[in-house]
Each structure stands twice: as structure tokens, then as C-alpha cells.
Design a protein around this ligand. Structure first.
Ligand SMILES: Nc1ncnc2c1ncn2[C@@H]1O[C@H](COP(=O)(O)OP(=O)(O)OP(=O)(O)O)[C@@H](O)[C@H]1O
Length: 262
């Protein structure tokens, strides 16, 4: 298989702060994302998960603090981002393959290099459906897979994913999650994931960062030392269940806490 290894970066977040209408969501958040790690962020509704990854990915300006990719700003780094809503993320007038080629063409990469990258991604994800189809001709899972391939096309240093599977049915979610986890790990891709689904947050990560209600604090940083590749059987293993219990205890405590005490 042609490797699709991206340039890896470690991410250092220091003092990250953001308020909306005078209400702080993040107030001085520090975080280290290790090279090759998959980190998921989990916490109560509205605690600022999307705000955090959007600031880290450079989609939203922070009020204060810094995010550095091996010492470089997000403008100097190369990142990939997978949006929740694949229907709006893909360009509907372009075939699936052209959606994947698109960011490489924007970078003015030579045609042969673009094709090599496309073929490497097709092989890595073992794509069997016709990428010459338009997005509307593909299933939701296929469209989201195309979005993931497009995000990885540029060989990002970090891949950010905001609720990537929440609009998909459970069967599709399980198979895409398994596939994505395998490809990310085989290729040592550094990634950060936001999910509303605790099972998914654990199944797809090396660490789960547990946030409190806003103003958001990191209340626990839960290691997930489960073997890769992971599949449906992983979800009922005793180690998985123990990690889920720890996360649930932390989550329940932070949901119950009064906002000013959180
Ligand atoms: N552009 C904005 N203007 C005003 N308030 C905002 C804006 N974006 C987010 N917020 C508020 O900031 C808080 C954090 O939002 P964010 O979407 O980051 O949380 P989240 O943890 O990802 O939420 P959810 O669990 O609902 O997906 C919420 O209270 C939200 O209403």
C-alpha cells in the first residue's frame, strides 16, 4: 500500500480564551496534542468543544492565547478539517474524485502528483464505489468518506473532525469509525475529534479530554490504551467498559455541578 503519511506536528495550546457576548466559553485553556495521537473532546452540551477545535484549526479567532504547530501558527501549518454536514461540505458540481483533487489543485500540485495522492487515498481506504459519481449519487457514508479523503489529500499535520458521523446511521457509523481509526493509526496521523457520542469518543481515540460546563475547564484527561485496530467487539471489552465508566462519572459530576462551581 502506498503510505499516506502526513507531516506530523505536535500542537501546543496555551492560555486559549474566548468569550461570546461577554460570557467566557474558554478562559486560559492549556493543552498538548502529541504527535500521532488521536484526541477526542467530550463534555456537556454547549461547553465549547466546537469553539475549541475551530480556534485550533484557525476557523475562529481566539480572544487570547496561542496555538502552535511545532512552533508555527496555524497559518504556517497545514491542517485538514472534516465538517459534520458533508452535504454542505462537498462541492455538488464536482465529481467525488474532483472534490478530493480540489485542494491539491488549489495548491497547484502537478497532475501526476495529484493522481498519485488520490490513488494512495483510494488504496488506504479501500474505496470500492465509483469516485466519478457526483456527491448526490453517493450514500451519506460514502459522501462523508469523500470528505475525509479530501481533508487528508493535503497531507495535513493535524486532522480536525467535528462530529463527523453524527448525521449517519449506526451501521454506517460503526464501519466508517473502524475504517477511519485504522487509516489514522496505520499512517500515524495526528487528529482531534469532537463527538457527542461517548462510545465514539473512546473508540476512536488515544485520549479523551473531558471538559466541564462553560467556562470550560479540562476536568480529566483519560488515556485510552486499547489495542488498535478496534472494532465492534472492542466496545464490550472490560477495558473499554472501565474507561467509559470513568468518563461517565466525570461527565455526570460536571453536568450536575452548578455553572459557577463548574
Ligand atoms: N458565534 C457565536 N456567537 C455567540 N455564541 C456562540 C457562538 N458560537 C458558540 N457560541 C456559544 O458558545 C458556547 C459553546 O459553543 P460550542 O458550539 O463550542 O459548544 P459545543 O460544546 O461544541 O456544543 P454542542 O455540544 O451543542 O455541540 C455555546 O453556549 C454557544 O451557544
Amino acid at each position: 500500500m502506498t503510505p499516506i503519511t502526513p507531516r506530523e506536528a505536535a500542537v501546543t495550546v496555551r492560555g486559549l480564551s474566548k468569550s461570546f457576548r461577554g460570557q467566557p466559553v474558554h478562559a486560559g485553556l492549556d493543552l498538548d496534542l502529541r504527535r500521532g495521537d488521536i484526541l477526542s473532546v467530550f463534555g456537556p452540551n454547549g461547553c465549547g468543544k466546537s469553539t475549541l477545535i475551530n480556534m485550533m484549526a484557525g476557523l475562529l479567532e481566539a480572544d487570547a492565547g496561542s496555538v502552535l504547530f511545532d512552533g508555527r501558527t496555524v497559518r504556517e501549518a497545514r491542517i485538514g478539517y472534516v465538517f459534520q454536514n458533508y452535504r454542505e461540505a462537498l462541492l455538488p458540481w464536482k465529481r467525488a474524485a474532483d472534490n478530493i483533487r480540489y485542494p491539491l489543485r488549489l495548491l497547484r500540485q502537478p497532475r501526476a502528483q495529484v493522481e498519485r495522492r488520490l490513488q494512495a487515498l483510494v488504496a488506504a481506504f479501500d474505496v470500492r464505489f465509483d469516485l466519478n459519481r457526483y456527491p448526490y449519487e453517493l450514500s451519506g457514508g460514502q459522501q462523508q468518506l469523500v470528505s475525509v479523503m479530501r481533508a487528508l489529500a493535503v497531507e495535513p499535520e493535524v486532522l480536525f473532525l467535528d462530529e463527523p458521523f453524527s448525521a449517519l446511521d449506526y451501521e454506517t457509523t460503526l464501519s466508517l469509525r473502524e475504517l477511519l481509526g485504522r487509516v489514522l493509526k496505520e499512517n500515524r496521523i495526528t487528529a482531534m475529534l469532537v463527538s457527542h457520542d461517548l462510545e465514539e469518543s473512546i473508540a476512536l481515540s488515544d485520549r479523551v479530554l473531558m471538559l466541564t460546563r462553560r467556562p470550560s475547564r479540562i476536568v480529566d484527561d483519560v488515556p485510552v490504551p486499547l489495542a488498535w485496530p478496534r472494532d465492534a467487539a472492542t466496545l464490550s471489552s472490560p477495558d473499554f467498559v472501565a474507561i467509559k465508566r470513568r468518563c461517565l462519572d466525570v461527565f455526570t459530576a460536571s453536568v450536575r455541578a452548578r455553572p459557577e462551581a463548574a
